[in-house]
Design a protein around this ligand. Structure first.
Ligand SMILES: Nc1ncnc2c1ncn2[C@@H]1O[C@H](COP(=O)(O)OP(=O)(O)O)[C@@H](O)[C@H]1O
Ligand SMILES: [Mg+2]
Length: 239
């Protein structure tokens, strides 16, 4: 049994099929990279896993718990799945400081959660900016707030939706180190979605190539990179 199991999931919006008979699995503490062009359904897939969208068919399991099953009529809402998601547009709250973003997620005001806030601020290097509002932060700093917020609840799973799309090249390099550091510290099962294969090099354990709502190749990063199945995969791997 894998930590995340997605089994034969379909999702349409109106008449448009966006996810087609899609199956994928992720082992505990692994990082799965999902690589596919814009519009292929990457964000929709993450939203289905997090519970922000309801599939039409199939099954999704996390750590042995069924969170969605069409045949058994199961749907667990997002707040009960304990999944941390970093959205493509980051979705920070303009009226809240950095500290308040984390505070809001932790929800309680006891000493333990105060310590936790300090620990997380330290970890993502935002201590000196804890009283700043999003509009006062750079792209990289906003990014770190979004990640800190996602990690604050100690989620079972971390979903990253094109996390680098708002960053410049230099910060992109730092981000890999950051993600590796955080994952070492938290040991968290992660799905990282992008259209740029460069972002996945050195950090993804496995890669799934997605096209028009389907997975067309899935395997260890090295294997996928060394033996792309067809021209589409070769292209998206920059070969
Ligand atoms: N809520 C929605 N209603 C209708 N169509 C949607 C909705 N969300 C996504 N889509 C469509 O589904 C397709 C896949 O979108 P998306 O999952 O955002 O792709 P990606 O993240 O890979 O760019 C697109 O054609 C998009 O327009
Ligand atoms: Mg997207």
């Amino acid at each position: 049994m894998s930590f995340i199991e997605i089994h034969k999931v379909d999702k349409s919006f109106g008449k448009k099929r966006v996810i087609s008979n899609l199956s994928l699995w992720v082992e505990k503490n692994e990082l799965l990279g999902i690589l596919g062009p814009s519009g292929c359904g990457k964000t929709t897939l993450l939203r289905l896993i997090a519970g922000f969208e309801v599939p039409d068919r199939g099954e999704i399991r996390i750590d042995g718990d069924c969170v969605y099953s069409s045949s058994n009529g199961i749907f667990v809402p997002p707040e009960k799945r304990n999944i941390g998601m970093v959205f493509q547009d980051l979705a920070l709250w303009p009226h809240m400081t950095v500290r308040e973003h984390i505070d809001f997620v932790l929800g309680s005001r006891n000493i333990k959660s105060k310590e936790k806030i300090e620990e997380i601020l330290e970890l993502v290097d935002l201590k000196s900016l804890s009283e700043s509002y999003p509009e006062q932060l750079s792209g990289g700093e906003k990014q770190r707030v979004a990640i800190a917020r996602a990690l604050a609840q100690e989620p079972r799973v971390l979903l990253l939706d094109e996390p680098l799309s708002n960053l410049d090249q230099i910060l992109r390099k730092d981000f890999k180190g950051e993600i590796t550091k955080l994952r070492k510290k938290f040991g968290i099962t992660t799905i990282y979605v992008t259209h740029n294969y460069l972002e996945l090099i050195d950090i993804a354990d496995k890669i799934a190539i997605m096209r028009k709502g389907r997975i067309i190749q899935f395997g260890r990063s090295k294997e996928v990179y060394q033996s792309p199945k067809n021209n589409f995969v070769r292209n998206i791997l920059g070969k």
